[in-house]
Design a protein around this ligand. Structure first.
Ligand code: HEC
Ligand code: HEC
Ligand code: HEC
Ligand code: HEC
Length: 118
C-alpha cells in the first residue's frame, strides 16, 4: 500500500472502530430508544435478540389488537389477534429492527397489511 492510501485508510479504520453501530439500520420511530441506549430493547445483552418483554414495556397486546382490528370475515386476519396464535405470537416473528422482515402470515396467506413496514 502506498503512503497516500495509508493516510486515507487509517482515519477510515478509526471511524469504523469508533462507531460500529453507525452502519446498523435503525427505525426512525424508535429514535428516542437509541438515545437512551441499546439496552432499552436489548434486555438480554447485544448477542441475543431482545425478549418480547422488552417490547411490551411500551406496546401492549390489547392496544395492538385494537390498532390492527378488522371487521367481519376478516376479523381473525388480525396479526395481533389471529386465528392460530391469538394475541401471543412473538413480536420478532414478524417485526425486525435492524433487518427487514416479512409478516409470518404471508408465508401461507395473501392478506393485505397496508401498515406493515417489516
Ligand atoms: C427498538 C429496539 C432495539 C434497539 C433500540 C436496538 N435493537 Fe438491536 N435488535 C433489535 C431486534 C428486534 C433484533 C432482532 C431482529 C433484527 O435484527 O432486526 C435486534 C438484533 C440485534 C443484533 C443481532 C443479535 C443476534 O442474535 O444476531 C445486534 C448485534 C444488535 N441488535 C445490536 C444493537 C445495538 C448495538 C444497538 C444500539 C445501537 C441496538 N441493537 C439497539 C431491537 C433493538
Ligand atoms: C421505550 C419504548 C419502546 C420500546 C421498548 C419499543 N418500542 Fe416500538 N415504538 C415505540 C414508539 C414511541 C413508537 C412510535 C409510536 C407508535 O407507532 O406506537 C413505536 C413504534 C413501533 C412500530 C411501528 C410503528 C409504525 O408506525 O409503523 C413497531 C412495529 C414497533 N414499535 C415494534 C417494536 C418492537 C418489535 C419492539 C421490541 C423489540 C419495540 N417496538 C420496542 C416505543 C417503543
Ligand atoms: C404475526 C405477525 C405479527 C406479530 C407476531 C406482531 N406483529 Fe405487529 N404488525 C404486524 C402487521 C402485519 C402489522 C400491520 C397491520 C396492518 O397493516 O393492518 C403490524 C403493525 C404493528 C404496529 C403498528 C400499528 C399501527 O397502527 O400502525 C406496531 C406498533 C406493532 N405491530 C408492534 C408489535 C409488537 C410490539 C408485537 C409483539 C407484542 C407485534 N407487533 C407482533 C404483524 C405482527
Ligand atoms: C404455515 C402456514 C400458515 C401460517 C404461517 C399462517 N396460516 Fe392461517 N391458515 C393456514 C391454513 C392451512 C389454514 C386453513 C386453510 C385455509 O383456509 O386456507 C389457515 C386459515 C386461516 C384463516 C381462516 C381462513 C381465511 O383465509 O380467512 C385465517 C383468518 C388465518 N389463517 C389467519 C392467519 C394469520 C393472521 C396468520 C399470521 C398470524 C396466519 N394465518 C399464519 C396456514 C397458515
Amino acid at each position: 500500500m502506498n503512503k497516500f492510501l495509508m493516510t486515507l485508510a487509517c482515519p477510515l479504520l478509526v471511524m469504523l472502530l469508533a462507531h460500529p453501530a453507525e452502519a446498523m439500520q435503525k427505525r426512525a420511530y424508535h429514535e428516542s430508544l437509541y438515545e437512551a441506549g441499546c439496552e432499552s430493547c436489548h434486555d438480554q445483552g447485544l448477542k441475543r435478540y431482545p425478549s418480547d418483554a422488552a417490547c411490551l414495556q411500551c406496546h401492549d397486546p390489547e392496544g395492538l389488537a385494537r390498532q390492527t382490528a378488522r371487521e367481519g370475515e376478516e376479523a381473525k386476519q388480525n396479526p395481533h389477534d389471529s386465528l392460530h396464535y391469538g394475541k401471543d405470537a412473538p413480536c420478532m416473528d414478524c417485526h425486525g429492527e435492524h433487518t427487514p422482515k416479512k409478516a409470518l402470515c404471508q408465508e401461507c396467506h395473501n392478506f393485505d397489511y397496508p401498515k406493515f413496514n417489516g
